[in-house]
Ligand binder design. Structure first.
Ligand code: COA
Length: 133
């Protein structure tokens, strides 16, 4: 059954401004280690792609926090909710630490979709619970 849904719109201009103000520290606060490495390689090739990558991750994490019903409250943290890509490009949620334990204890699974246009990034997350018809 569906446990929760979450959606988020992120203003890419705000992400760009935060990056200009705080530099890498801002990306480090939001991204997991794997995401941060990915962000660095995208940013080195083309800084704007790095900004957009960070914005879609930011919105997907917020959407996930809503789908599980917690918001950005422990055990939900920016870094423990990772959004990676399958080889096809499809995004997937990969959890770490206490958030992973919390999620698995409830037999939950998540699906995520992200999108971006000139000034906005948007995400939608559906969380399902196994064994509850
Ligand atoms: C959920 C959260 C990440 C959204 O933050 P945001 O980017 O500032 O706001 P957005 O515009 O994207 O989303 C706001 C909407 O998220 C929804 N929302 C708030 N808390 C939520 C939760 N725990 N689970 C799911 N959705 C939630 C609400 O519908 C809210 O809109 P509304 O107040 O008009 O109904 C953030 O509000 C949060 O972490 N909340 C939990 C912690 C908190 O502050 N709790 C206060 C309890 S009084």
């Amino acid at each position: 059954m569906i446990y929760g849904i979450g959606t988020d719109i992120c203003d890419i201009r705000r992400i760009r401004a935060s990056l200009e103000r705080h530099g890498e520290r801002f990306a480090q606060k939001i991204l997991s280690a794997a995401e941060f490495a990915h962000w660095q390689s995208r940013s080195q090739r083309w800084p704007e792609r790095g900004v957009r990558y960070l914005a879609t991750r930011f919105s997907a994490k917020e959407a996930f926090s809503k789908a599980i019903g917690l918001g950005m409250v422990m055990p939900m943290t920016w870094k423990s909710c990772e959004v990676s890509n399958l080889s096809s490009g499809k995004p997937q949620i990969v959890l770490h630490g206490a958030l992973k334990d919390w999620f698995e204890a409830r037999s939950l699974s998540a699906q995520v979709s992200v999108s971006d246009e000139t000034d906005y990034a948007a995400s939608f997350v559906v969380v399902e619970q196994q064994g509850k018809p």
